[in-house]
Each structure stands twice: as C-alpha cells, then as structure tokens.
Ligand binder design. Structure first.
Ligand code: EPZ
Length: 419
C-alpha cells in the first residue's frame, strides 16, 4: 500500500500547469459511444479514473489509441457490448454516465448500480426517472440496471427535483439522439457539464441553454466525428491555490480559466490572498501572511463547490479567527475533519455544519485518506503542520490529482511517495 510522506513548513512558490478536468473528461469519454466516427481528445488527464473509464469503453469494443502528442483517438464504430460490469463500476461510480449514450444509440444497456461511496449513498433515481420519461423500460435486478428502448428514446420535458451533475450529463447525452426535443429543467451548469455540451455540439448535436439551468436538446439522427480540448481542472487548480494560501505562498497556475471558479476565487480573496486573473492563468500571492478564516456553504454551480470544502477546511484549521462550513450536497463529507482533529485541529461537527477555531499549528501524524477530496485536505494539512505527516490509502488521491507530488515538489514542498 503506497503512502505519501510530507514534511511541513514550506512557503509554496513557483508555477505549475493545471491538468485537464477529470469531471469533464469522464462524461466526454462516455459521449464517444454516441458516434460511429473517429474522435480526437486532447488535454485528457492521466488519472486512475480515466484509465478505469478507458478500460470500460474498450471492454465494449471502443478502439482507443494515444499518440505521441498525448492526444487520445477513440473510435466507437463497432461497439459490440452494452455492459458496464460491477468490477469496473464499483471502482468508479461515474461509470454510470455510459448508460445514456448506450441506451440512446444501441437501444439497450446493462449498467451495474454504482452503489454508494464514503461521502454518501449516491442514488441514481434522477438518471433512471429521466430515461423512463424518455420512453425507456428499466428493470433493476441482481444489482444491475437493465435499460431497453427498442424504438429508441423520445424527447420529453424533465424536471428533476435535485440538481445532479452526472444526472444532467446522462440525460443530455440520451437526448442528443432521441426523436424530438428534450427540455431538462433544474439542470446542473457546472463548467464540466458545459464542456460536455460544447463537445456534443461540435459533433453535430443541437443543445441550447448551455450554462443555464434549462437545457433544450433537439434530437438528431446521428453525430459525426470531431475533436475537443478538455477544459482545465478547476478543482485541481483550486486545491493548489488553497495550499499556497495556507502556506503564505505565491504561485501561478496556467491552463485554467478563472471564469470557471469565481466563488472559489472570492473565498481566497476573503482569506487575505491577492489574486491576478488572466484569460488562462491565476496567480495568487499570500505574501507570507497567515490566512484569515472564511465561512462557506456548498451548493450547485456557480455557488461554492462541494469539491473544494475539504481543502478550505484545512486552511481554516490554521487561519486567524473562527469559521463555519455548511455542506449541503452530500450527507457524509466531513470525514477529513476527523483526521484533521488527530493533527490537533479544533473542529466541532454538528450535522451538515462544521465549526472550526483557527489555531497556530497542526502536528504531523499518521492519517488516513477516506475519499478523493479528503485526501487533498490532508495533503494541505501536511504542508502546514510541524514535522512529518504520513497519509495512507493514497489510491484515493491518484484518482483525481495527476502527479501530485511532482507538482507540489516543483512549488517547494517536501513530499515523497513511500511504500
Ligand atoms: C459529480 O458527482 C462529481 N463527479 C462529484 O465530484 C461532485 O462532488 C458532484 O458532482 C457534485 O458537484 C463527477 O462529475 C464524476 P450529483 P455526481 O449527482 O454527479 C443527489 C469528485 O470529487 N442525487 O450532482 O454523482 C446526490 O446524492 C467527485 O471529483 C440524487 O439524489 O453528484 C447528491 O446529494 C466527488 N439522485 C446530490 O444529488 C440522483 O439520481 C448531487 O449529486 C443523483 C444525485
């Protein structure tokens, strides 16, 4: 089992480049199932989750090659399996986004129920109810979703009661080849959802309302091939910016659009950081100051993202003043707080609210990662603690952060992967 060993104390400084967004690349890879012509994708990050998705797609018959310029070439002209098996879906629940594309193009799909994860039960009723409204017949048996639509899907007006990122993505992809028009009200408008919609339109889909909570999709007969450059990862970028702010540092992140992370930028400014925003870079300078505590409440985009809550909690642990963090999206997304408490943090959990009292110093100890963003929180805590922090179960972090120790070392951190 690999671990990360981090020695606290550096003031991060320097320049790194954001990788492509994991949560855009995953649905965009699944969307390649919709088209019988070659597609080229650039800026796809090298992450465990991406490898899992590529394994799933190739098991269905997708042809995948990576060229010497790091571009991915996919060809779904002879997909022969419509199955997403449990052993792949259990390692990455986002595999559920192959359901919509398989069903709308091949009129059948067998997808394992993704099951829950550390942060919550993660139901998929919004995905299923939407597909049924579009004419699918769906049976759930032996832990699998068996979806059929012998005559294809039909456009419908959908109004899910919750904003669901992958729910919106699945239903939007299903609608692209459905007959007639689909309206998705209460749609998620995260930048990754927008990037998927732009990709689909580049292949000939007819999606309007991109970036709003009401998407209108006019079904087309077929899509054609094309290419797409995946947007920069706003959560990866946000993680490094919070790490820099927590250590009083000064860094620049390239290949990221600040327009995808306004709420995070405002919170960083509230913590006392000075930011310079370019069209494709963000520079943060904390000028060796201790951050000020910031209150936050997670909500769907463009509000403060739940995927950045754990990272800001680490910053709040050593900030000046007290803070309140309210997690409205997932029912169990405070597990990093228990590990931060072991490092000396003063955090009190009260249901969906975490109260934090900023202290001078955390202490490096052995801690355990429980989920992807909790791991990132522990890395930030390790950077600001005295002594050495050893983080176990770092397979969680490799799912969402490309070469994390390389990027942090480049910024001056003392971090190594150990067995
Ligand atoms: C996506 O998960 C992201 N994953 C998550 O990022 C992110 O935290 C989440 O959106 C919220 O922004 C990917 O994009 C691959 P949801 P998703 O459906 O789509 C409830 C990371 O760290 N819900 O928007 O699964 C659900 O329980 C990951 O990269 C239903 O009740 O999240 C939750 O409370 C973690 N029924 C809320 O909606 C459904 O059918 C939002 O979930 C679907 C969701």
């Amino acid at each position: 089992m690999q671990k990360l060993a981090i020695t606290g104390g550096p003031v991060l400084s320097g320049e790194i480049t954001a990788s492509g967004a994991k949560n855009a690349a995953l649905p965009i890879l699944a969307a390649c199932l919709l088209v019988a012509e070659p597609v080229t994708l650039t800026n796809v990050p090298h992450l465990a989750d991406i490898s899992t998705m590529l394994s799933l797609l190739t098991s269905m018959g997708m042809r995948v090659t990576l060229d010497d310029k790091n571009a991915l070439h996919l060809d779904a002209s002879d997909i022969h399996h419509y199955l997403a098996p449990y052993d792949l879906v259990k390692t990455m629940r986002a595999s559920i986004v192959v359901l919509g594309p398989l069903l709308t193009r091949f009129h059948e799909a067998f997808v394992s129920l993704p099951g829950g994860c550390a942060i919550g039960a993660r139901p998929v009723n919004i995905h299923i109810d939407g597909l049924i409204a579009m004419g699918a017949s769906i049976h759930i048996e032996n832990g699998y979703i068996h979806a059929k639509a012998p005559n294809g899907l039909k456009g419908a007006v959908l109004s899910p009661e919750l904003v669901s990122v992958t729910g919106t993505e699945n239903l939007m992809m299903a609608a692209v080849l459905a007959s007639g028009t689909t309206v998705i009200n209460n749609a998620a408008c995260e930048p990754e959802v927008q990037d998927l919609a732009h990709f689909l339109n580049a292949l000939g889909a007819k999606i309007s309302g991109i970036g709003t909570s009401r998407l209108v999709i006019d079904g087309v007969k077929a899509l054609h091939g094309g290419s797409h450059h995946v947007i920069g990862d706003r959560i990866e970028a946000g993680t490094y910016l919070v790490a820099a702010a927590a250590t009083g540092g000064h860094i620049r992140i390239n290949a990221i659009n600040p327009g995808t992370m306004e709420a995070v930028i405002l919170k960083l400014q509230e913590s006392g950081a000075k930011l310079e925003l370019g069209t494709d870079f963000i520079e943060l300078n904390m000028a060796k100051k201790r951050p000020k505590a910031v209150n936050l409440r997670t909500a769907p985009h463009p509000a403060f993202p739940t995927d950045m809550q754990a990272q800001f909690m680490a910053l709040n642990c050593i900030a000046t003043g007290n803070s309140t963090m309210i997690e409205t999206i997932f029912e169990n997304r405070f597990m990093h707080a228990l590990e931060l408490q072991r490092m000396g943090a003063s955090i009190r959990l009260d249901g969906h609210t975490a109260h934090c009292e900023g202290i001078e110093q955390l202490t490096g100890v052995h801690v355990m990662a429980t989920d992807l963003r909790a791991s990132a929180s522990l890395v930030i805590a390790g950077l600001i603690a005295t002594g050495q922090t050893i983080i176990e179960r770092i397979y969680h972090i490799d799912r969402g952060y490309e070469r994390i120790e390389e990027k942090l070392s480049k910024l001056g951190a003392t971090i190594a992967r150990i067995n």
